[in-house]
Write a protein that binds this ligand. Structure first.
Ligand code: PSU
Ligand code: MN
Length: 313
């Protein structure tokens, strides 16, 4: 008799923490969190405090947090405190998109995962909801740079809660690409598409959901139809946003500095975010952390709604 052929894509050796594994086995609510925003998006040592606060926000929402990173060639879903220390402290930690994962896994490498690779590993682990700050997207003007986040979300089935896309990007062009890629985009209680640090990007979306249960219902419907993500865009309340004038000015400065320094590829986003945090004397940092906390809590609520749906068949 022929031995049965191995599955096309065997498990990539994901290690889930005991708490995350237990929650997934029980069909309980779990929210994936990325590590690039910790390692490359927020400065040390504030990133370490933020890591704990983000996990606490997921728990407030009613779910188990699962921060994801690759450590010594192993994709971890749910990190120990020591592993979070490492992600937040190591200045040489790589930034891993989907295309980088095979190399890190095969060579025993370590790195923080972006939206694209976090979404992939989360979905492979059986997690349905993911919280981040802002998605990557189409960068402004040439040379052309477009985040792998967009294509990854077209292929990966999960809910992504974010404050839109980072406002350092070309927001209308990014929304066009999300449309081309058939990624479902809904606003959370609004059709105003958020602009990350600011509540209104100037663009709108066609649909809004009225709460966590409806977001879960949209995802359940998408999952029955076709693979791919449901992006839930959750704006900051206007009284918590970054001052508009400061926003436009520091972003223009940061993009000019990146251009002048010849920064390219995956270094662009971390360079620009770092420049913003310095130029605004921490104002962008405070807003960035605040919006991630709000997204994490909402993601917890959506994960709880999703788990309740599955429990009721
Ligand atoms: N959200 C934040 N800060 C970040 C990011 C998201 O609040 O630093 C990260 C995410 O990991 C996202 C990445 O995938 O920025 C996009 O990088 P790039 O533009 O190089 O694809
Ligand atoms: Mn890029």
């Amino acid at each position: 008799m022929q031995p049965s052929s191995p599955p096309e894509r065997p498990s990539p050796g994901i290690v889930a923490s005991p708490e995350v594994a237990g929650a997934l086995r029980a069909g309980g609510p779990v929210v994936a969190l990325e590590s690039t925003l910790l390692a490359h998006g927020l400065p040390r040592p504030d990133n370490r405090t933020a890591a704990d606060d983000i996990e606490a926000a997921v728990r407030r929402g009613g779910a188990v947090p699962a921060t994801i990173a690759v450590l010594d060639g192993v994709p971890h879903v749910g990190l120990t405190a020591g592993q979070v220390d490492r992600v937040c402290a190591d200045p040489d930690l790589a930034k891993l998109g989907v295309r980088d994962l095979p190399v890190a896994l095969a060579t025993g490498g370590s790195g923080a995962t972006t939206v694209s690779s976090t979404a992939l590993l989360a979905a492979r682990a059986g997690i349905g909801v993911f919280a981040t700050g802002g998605l990557g997207g189409v960068h402004r003007d040439a040379p052309f740079d477009e985040s792998a986040d967009l294509v990854a979300l077209a292929r990966t089935s999960l809910v992504v809660v974010c404050a839109g896309v980072k406002s350092i990007l070309d927001v209308p062009a990014t929304l066009e690409r999300l449309e081309t890629l058939s990624v479902t985009v809904v606003g959370y209680r609004t059709t105003t598409f958020p602009g990350f640090y600011v509540a209104d990007s100037g663009s709108t979306v066609d649909w809004a959901v009225d709460g966590p249960a409806q977001a879960a219902a949209v995802f359940a419907a998408r999952r029955r139809l076709t693979p791919g993500a449901v992006v839930v865009a959750n704006p900051l309340p206007p009284d918590e946003e970054l001052d508009r004038e400061l926003h436009d000015q520091v972003i223009a400065d940061a993009l000019a500095a990146a251009h002048a320094a010849g920064v390219r590829g995956r270094a662009v986003t971390p360079f620009v975010l770092d420049h913003l945090h310095r130029a605004s004397r921490g104002a962008t940092l405070a807003v960035n952390v605040r919006l991630v906390l709000r997204n994490a809590e909402l993601a917890g609520e959506i994960a709880a709604a999703l788990a309740a749906r599955s429990a009721h068949g």
